[in-house]
Design a protein around this ligand. Structure first.
Ligand SMILES: C[S@@+](CC[C@H](N)C(=O)[O-])C[C@H]1O[C@@H](n2cnc3c(N)ncnc32)[C@H](O)[C@@H]1O
Length: 275
C-alpha cells in the first residue's frame, strides 16, 4: 500500500524546502512521483492520496490513466479559508487500486456515535435500533469521526501532522500483517508509526533530516500492540475506532452485548480484557 500526503504548495512553514513552485512545475513534479508510486505498488495494492480538493482534481486525472478509481473519501475536517469561497470543510483522500480485480480490500466498521456523558446512541434510528450492528456501521466514504490534532501537546514540530488513527483506518482496509506500507512524504512519521503499531513493515522518505530524526525516535518506542487478542484494530484514547468487519465474530467476545437489543442505547458496549 502506498499513501502520500504531499506538500500543498501553499507556502506553509516547512523547515527545508521552498514550498511555492509555479503551478505547471508543481503539477509535472506531482505527475512524476504519482507515476512512480503506482509503479512500485504491488498488483494487490492500494494507492491513497490525501490533499485539499483543488489538488486532488489534478491528481485524479493523472491516476485515471494508470490505476483503477475506488473512492473519493471525504474527511470532514476544517481547512484554511481560501477567501471569496465556501468555507472549506473537508480534505479528500483519493483511493485507487493498482488493479481492482486483484485488490486486497477489507470492509471496516466504526463505533456508533454516542452521547459523551450518558453514552447512549446519539441518533434515534427511527425505531430500528434492534437492527443495528452491535458495534457500529460500516465505514462509508464520508469520515466525520476522526479529528485533526488540535492540541500542541499531541503534535510534533510539524505544520501538517495527520492523526495516527486516520492512517490506521486506511492500513486496516487495504493490507495485512507483514505487508509493506510506503509513504514518500513521511513528515514526522504518522504512516510509519501506524504501520508499526499494526504489525506492518514500512518505508518513509522526507527531504527534511529533522523530521526523519523525530520519526526514528518515535519508532524506537512504538510496538506492534494495536490488537485485541490476535486481531489488529485501531484505538483512539482506549476506544476501538476501526475494526475489520470479518473480525467481528471473533472480537464480539471481548464486548458486553445486552440480550435485549433495545437496551443498546442505555447500556454502553464495554470494551474489556483487551491489549
Ligand atoms: C504534508 S507533510 C506530511 C506530513 C505527514 N503526513 C505527517 O503526518 O507527519 C509533507 C512532507 O513532505 C516533505 N517533502 C517535501 N518535498 C519532498 C520531497 N521531494 N521528497 C520527500 N519529502 C518531501 C516535507 O518536508 C514534509 O514533511
Amino acid at each position: 500500500m502506498t499513501f502520500a500526503d504531499q506538500p500543498f504548495n501553499l507556502k506553509k512553514g516547512y523547515n527545508s524546502y521552498k514550498n511555492s513552485l509555479k503551478l505547471q512545475e508543481y503539477l509535472s513534479w506531482c505527475e512524476e512521483w504519482i507515476t512512480e508510486m503506482v509503479r512500485i505498488t504491488k498488483p494487490t495494492g492500494s494507492i491513497f492520496l490525501h490533499n485539499i480538493p483543488k489538488w486532488l482534481t489534478y491528481y485524479a486525472a493523472f491516476l485515471n490513466k494508470q490505476a483503477d478509481f475506488k473512492h473519493w473519501i471525504s474527511w470532514d475536517a476544517p481547512t484554511a479559508p481560501m477567501g471569496k469561497s465556501l468555507q472549506p470543510g473537508h480534505y479528500g483522500i483519493l483511493f485507487y487500486a493498482k488493479d481492482s480485480k486483484q485488490l486486497k480490500y477489507y470492509e471496516i466498521r466504526h463505533p456508533h456515535k454516542r452521547t459523551r456523558k450518558t453514552h447512549i446512541l446519539a441518533k434515534d434510528y427511527g425505531g430500528k435500533k434492534g437492527l443495528l450492528h452491535p458495534y457500529g456501521p460500516l465505514v462509508s466514504d464520508v469520515w466525520t469521526d476522526i479529528h485533526r490534532i488540535k492540541h500542541n501537546k499531541f503534535r510534533d514540530e510539524h505544520p501538517c501532522q495527520l492523526p495516527i488513527h486516520l492512517l490506521e483506518r486506511v492500513i486496516l482496509m487495504s493490507s495485512n500483517e507483514g505487508d509493506i506500507i510506503l509513504d514518500p512524504f513521511n513528515g514526522t512519521g504518522t504512516t510509519a508509526l501506524a504501520a508499526k503499531r499494526l504489525g506492518r513493515q514500512y518505508i518513509g522518505f522526507d527531504l527534511d533530516k529533522e523530521y526523519v530524526k523525530i520519526t526514528q525516535q518515535k519508532l524506537e518506542y512504538e510496538q506492534p500492540i494495536s490488537k485485541i487478542g490476535d486481531r489488529w484494530v485501531s484505538f483512539y484514547l482506549d476506544e476501538v475506532v476501526t475494526l475489520r468487519n470479518n473480525d467481528w465474530t471473533y472480537l464480539k467476545d471481548f464486548y458486553y452485548i445486552p440480550n435485549n437489543p433495545e437496551e443498546i442505547d442505555t447500556t454502553p458496549i464495554v470494551l474489556h480484557n483487551c491489549r
